[in-house]
Every structure is written in C-alpha cells, then in structure tokens.
Design a protein around this ligand. Structure first.
Ligand SMILES: [Zn+2]
Length: 114
C-alpha cells in the first residue's frame, strides 16, 4: 500500500512553508498564519486607532505612530511578492506569465525580481 506524502503546511499570508517559520497557527477555514505575520498584524492593530475615524479626526501623534506600522506592512507585502515570484521561478514559470499576472511587461517583471 502506498503512503501519500505528507502535505507541507504553509502560512496563508506570506506562503512560507512550516519548515521556515517558528510557529504556524491554523484557522477553522483551513488557513494558517505564521508567527512573523502575526507580528506584522499586531503592529498594524497597535498603530491603527479603533474604531477608525477619518484621517482628519486623528491627531498628528496618531498619524505619526501609524507611519512605522504602515511601512512594516509594505515591507511584509513586498517580501510576500518576492516569495511568490521565487516559488513561480522555481517551477520555471516564465517572466512573461509573471509580468502578465502583475500587469507589467516581461522585461519590467524581470528587472524588478531577478
Ligand atoms: Zn507568514
């Protein structure tokens, strides 16, 4: 009888496999989140005032404290995109297909990620 290979679990946010994260927490809907992504979420929640008011109603201190967390979010998403492109390139998916998915030319995709 053949044993099925164990499916590698991944963070649903950054797509890192369970072997590259310290902890992975599963959700009821089948998604997972790693400790790094939880850290990013906590930074966002700490900085984002709740309930949300319009930007005009926030103090300069509140706006200033949101900048760092916003920057961390951008960095996390940037890292996620790179991880996805790396995974696609490992599968030998073409720069043309990656560029098309990003809405840019093959050349622009290659210049940005290679
Ligand atoms: Zn993650």
């Amino acid at each position: 009888m053949l044993a099925l290979p164990k499916r590698k679990l991944r963070c649903s946010f950054c797509r890192k496999p369970e072997t590259q994260v310290s902890r992975l927490i599963g959700g009821a809907a089948g998604g997972y989140i790693c400790e790094d992504c939880i850290g990013v979420c906590n930074k966002i929640l700490d900085a984002a005032p709740s309930p949300f008011k319009s930007w005009d109603e926030l103090s300069e201190e509140q706006l200033l404290s949101s900048i760092k967390a916003s920057e961390a979010s951008v960095a996390a998403l940037h890292s996620l995109i790179h991880t996805l492109v790396e995974a696609l390139r490992k599968r030998e998916v073409s720069w043309t297909a990656i560029g098309k998915a990003l809405g840019v030319s093959r050349q622009a995709a290659w210049e940005r990620f290679s």
